[in-house]
Structure formats: C-alpha cells, structure tokens
Design a protein around this ligand. Sequence first.
Ligand SMILES: [Zn+2]
Length: 77
Amino acid sequence: MPNYDFGCKQCNYEFEVKMSLKEKEENPNPKCPQCGGTDTKQVFKTMQFNKSSSKTPPACPNAVGRQCGSCPAANFH
Ligand SMILES: [Zn+2]
C-alpha cells in the first residue's frame, strides 16, 4: 500500500497516511492527527529527477544558438 503525504492547512502539520488508491479516492482529506481537522491536502514532495535528467542536456548559458565548446553540454548543441 502506498504512502501519501498530507499537510494540514489549519496547523501546518505534515503527516503520512498509508492507504490504497481506492481509500484515497473515497477519503481524499484524511483527518489531521495533530489537530483533528479535515482541512488537509495532499503534499507532493520533490521527487528525484536523476533518472530523467540524462535525457535533457544541461543548459549552457554561453551557448545561445552556437557552440561554447567548453562545457559538458557542448555535445548537445
Ligand atoms: Zn492539523
């Protein structure tokens, strides 16, 4: 079962809820364990983009429409 991160808008408490996708659909705003409020929303934490970053060459600030020839991104220009 996946874990979901939620944040409480009332007390700013962040908590993790383990539930199935079906449970999440039925109950998209779980109770805040700290204040008991239901004004919660899912928090999407920053994922690691290491895997996909290889597809996109790093931006070279010196190469605007031309080769700079001196940076790791030169091969992609
Ligand atoms: Zn709360």
